[in-house]
Every structure is written in structure tokens, then in C-alpha cells.
Design a protein around this ligand. Sequence first.
Ligand SMILES: C[S@@+](CC[C@H](N)C(=O)[O-])C[C@H]1O[C@@H](n2cnc3c(N)ncnc32)[C@H](O)[C@@H]1O
Length: 220
Amino acid sequence: MISKRLNLIASFLSKNDKVLDVGTDHALLPIYLIKNNLVSRADGSDISDKVLLHARSNVEKYNLSEKINLYLSDGTKNINIKEYNTLVICGMGFHTIKHILDETNLDNIEKLIIQTNNHYSDLRSLINKLNYQIASENYICDANKDYLIFNIVKGYQDLTDTDIICGLYNKNNVEYYNKQIVKLEKLLSKVNIKEKKELIINKINIYKEYLIKEKTEEKK
Ligand SMILES: C[S@@+](CC[C@H](N)C(=O)[O-])C[C@H]1O[C@@H](n2cnc3c(N)ncnc32)[C@H](O)[C@@H]1O
């Protein structure tokens, strides 16, 4: 059994994907993907030799040592990246993710599944600059924590300021929009600077518009 979050990440991967799971930790995702025959290849890398010891023993436990390669590497530095068409980079802060993407030759990478722990807007801008498009942003609440999983594919996308700040609308993210409105309204009551207040009100209004859009679509 993998977590709800990893399960959602896995749902964006498919048969033709040759996946490198960067920051694989205990290799739970590659094991799940190969055991269930969901992708054509799944390997893992991690910067920590300690976690890779656990990863190796997990892979052995499932008799998958012949099928899953594990690399000690900062990002993709020690890896022949041309062997992969998909990168999963999840469970890290934005600055680590940016460092990994900046140092990777992305020529062959068709798909990126990214879950940053912070700075969503910065991630959206970076993806845009790297000439990828956000196919969808997908909210999941797992063990009382909120996550957005970004499903990203190669190609140009014209993102508006609203897209960058509040994310691409997804009818499945209603719970996320409601939670954001509650958070922002709390924040608004504590802020005194006029410009900051305006920014927060603007965000609240965008999330409210997303909720109206969802209700309108539901009626159709
Ligand atoms: C919180 S765990 C997330 C594990 C898994 N990706 C997930 O989403 O459940 C973050 C992992 O990223 C690894 N990591 C951090 N910086 C890294 C880097 N620059 N290159 C590779 N792995 C890194 C850590 O050692 C750790 O195992």
C-alpha cells in the first residue's frame, strides 16, 4: 500500500514512460510502478546514501533488484538522463526542485510530475520558462496535509498572472479553493498595509470565481 499522495502521482504515469524518481527516498514509487507493471521503466536516485540503504533493502524485499536501478546522485548529475523520458520530483522544496531542473539536460524529458512543498507561483513561472506546460494541478489531502501535484508536459503555454498566482483551474480542486479562501480571509484580518490587503482580496476573489465556475459546470 502506498500513500494517497504517491497513488495520485502514480496515476499520471503510463505504459510508455521511462521514469526516473529523483529524491526517491525509500524507493516506494518505483517499486509500486514496476510491481504493478504501470510503466516501461522506473529507477530512483537520491542524494542521501543512508536513505538509499533502505531503498535497496526495500527493492530486494520485492525481488526487484534486477529491474530497478538506484543511484546516489545530487539530482540527475551522475545519471545517464537520455535513458528516461519522465522525471518525478516530489516531496521537496521549490529551491531544491529548481536546482535539480537547472542542472538537468531536459532534451529527452517529455513529462514532469512535480510536487513542491512551497512556492507554487515560482514553480509555475519556472515551468513556463523551461518551455513546458502544466497539463493539470491536482489537489490531494493526505494524512491531514494539503498537496498540489503538477502534471507537466513538453510544450509552450501562455500563462496569465492569475494562472501564475492562483494556479490553473481544476474542477476537482474545490476543497483546495475553499481552504485557500479560509486561510486568506484569516490573513486579511491581520494585515494592515493597503497594497498587501489588495493582493489578498484579489486572490480570494479569484478562488471564489473558481468555485462559481465549478458550480456552473456542475449544472450543465
Ligand atoms: C521528503 S523525501 C520525498 C520522497 C519521495 N520523493 C516522496 O515524494 O515521497 C525527499 C527526498 O529527496 C532527497 N533529496 C533532497 N535533495 C536532493 C537532491 N538534490 N537530489 C536528489 N535527492 C534529493 C532527500 O534525501 C529525500 O530522500
